[in-house]
Design a binder for this molecule. Structure first.
Ligand code: PEP
Ligand code: CO
Length: 459
């Protein structure tokens, strides 16, 4: 049975190669789960979960497989992954209102990469579900008050009051509804892109109908078939749509959106297309890793300075036991100061263990520091230095540097320092709006992507 109409072929789920040990499936519910909210009212949690379980899923298994296939192409050097969006998306109308700005800038970035390198760009948003945050401390001080930390709109409210910070499971329903509205908005935008290529009036349509070969036919088919990547139209690369991704952090939420695909019998996490686990929740004996082993989506994992080659190999063995191209994306986030020392040995270990992973550079999360006024920021010079190092390390090791993972606002914020943003820390407060980590503004995002495009083209 053909499961996709995409030009990408879906790899069949193969038996593991002889000698490859497939770890036994462990029930993730029995394992320690880091960074989970403590809901004060367990009965209310159960009610919300019952409601969520009855909701329609947000993505479809066939689309999830299509993305997996696109990622396999990116892993093999035939495409480049651009994954970008908010650190923490707001829920409610603010979340929906921000979609067009983010979609516009991600599309522009994708077109720059493709036009510069002549490679398709697979575009994935940190979008439609990026509502929960892992935190390094449980409490924070705001003014003269010590408060429980904000854990994302899915869990509590960012307002600096003790009541606002109490986890409320009903927020999971709001997060679900926001994600659904955001996906709807993304579909509308994709539809507008496609209809922009179609005749607009009856008269125009009649003219096209009179011409024996209608040039837009092939273009339209190609745009639809290649959703979520750039596609070449009349010699230049054009955007199509955006896949969704988020950190699968709050398992009380994510578990309600796991559904069995009746066509294949596999279980999919249908809260998103591409879930990832963060650097704080990737422990080998933890619930998050076990949870992801039980779903058939392509999955990603952040890899930071705290991991050893042995642990990373073990992690890959669990997340990608069948060594299936497209299944596993590793997101490197070491910081400009550590990447050259740590990444080479880790990438060698992964390859030696037989995993065909897609390596992606997150130059944001290893380069965060506190400015003197207490807000988090990042320097463009560090971000660019980590990107350059990533490309050099990967190229030297004979790996394809297959993608970039960025936090961007889709707006003119002043959250990161330098090149296109404030030159000095005093300028940060002008438009500092993030709910969590500092994001690139549009100028900074475009400067960064030009650098990436040059590095890819340089090869
Ligand atoms: C994030 O992507 O916002 C994040 C928290 O990343 P990491 O797990 O790499 O710290
Ligand atoms: Co972040």
């Amino acid at each position: 049975m053909t499961l996709t109409t995409s030009s990408y072929q879906v790899s069949p789920i193969s038996e593991p190669a002889p000698g490859i040990r497939v770890p036994p499936v462990t029930d993730w519910r029995s394992l320690p789960a880091e960074q989970q909210p403590v809901w004060p009212d367990p009965a209310l949690l159960e009610q919300v979960q019952d409601q969520l379980t009855l909701q329609p899923p947000l993505t479809a298994p066939a689309d999830v497989r299509r993305l997996g296939s696109a990622l396999a192409h990116a892993g093999a050097g035939r495409a480049f992954l651009l994954q970008a969006g908010d650190c923490a998306e707001p829920t409610g109308t603010a979340g929906v209102a921000a979609v067009r700005g983010k979609h516009r800038i991600i599309s522009q970035m994708a077109e720059i990469i493709s036009n510069h390198t002549d490679l398709p760009t697979v575009t994935v948003g940190r979008i439609a579900g990026q509502h929960a945050k892992p935190r390094s401390v449980a409490q924070e001080t705001v003014g003269d008050r010590t408060l429980p930390v904000y854990r994302g709109d899915l869990v509590n409210d960012a307002a600096p009051h003790p009541e606002a910070r109490v986890p409320d499971p009903r927020r999971m329903l709001t997060a679900y509804r926001t994600a659904r509205a955001v996906i709807n908005e993304l579909h509308l935008i994709a539809h507008e892109t496609v209809s922009g290529l179609l005749p607009h009036t009856w008269e125009e349509d009649a003219v096209h109908a009179a011409v024996p070969t209608r040039p837009y036919d092939g273009t339209l088919r190609s745009v639809i078939r290649n959703y979520g990547r750039t596609v070449k139209v009349n010699g230049s690369w054009r955007r199509t749509g955006l896949w969704t991704s988020h950190e699968a952090l709050v398992l009380d939420y994510e578990q309600t959106l796991v559904r069995r695909d009746p066509h294949t019998g596999e279980h999919y996490l249908l809260s998103t297309h591409l879930p990832w686990i963060g650097d704080r929740t990737r422990r080998l004996d933890g619930a998050h890793v076990a949870f992801l082993t039980q779903i058939a989506n392509p999955v990603a994992c952040k890899v930071g300075p705290g991991i050893t080659p042995e642990d990373l190999t073990e992690l890959c063995g669990r997340l990608d036991p069948h060594r299936r191209p497209g299944r596993l994306t590793l997101i490197s986030r070491f910081g400009a100061g550590l990447i050259r020392e740590r990444l080479p040995v880790l990438s060698r270990a992964v390859r030696a263990a037989g995993h065909d992973v897609l390596w992606v550079c997150d130059p944001m999360h290893g380069n965060t520091f506190k400015a003197s006024n207490g807000v988090k920021t990042r320097r463009m010079s560090d971000i660019h230095a980590e990107i350059t190092a990533f490309f050099e390390v990967m190229t030297d090791a004979g790996h394809w540097p297959g993608g970039i993972h960025l936090e961007i606002a889709g707006d003119h914020v002043t959250e990161c320092l330098g090149a296109g943003g404030p030159a000095a820390e005093e300028g940060l407060t002008r438009a500092y709006r993030t709910l969590c980590d500092p994001r690139l503004n549009d100028t900074q995002a475009l400067l960064t992507i030009r650098k990436v495009a040059e590095l890819i083209a340089r090869g």
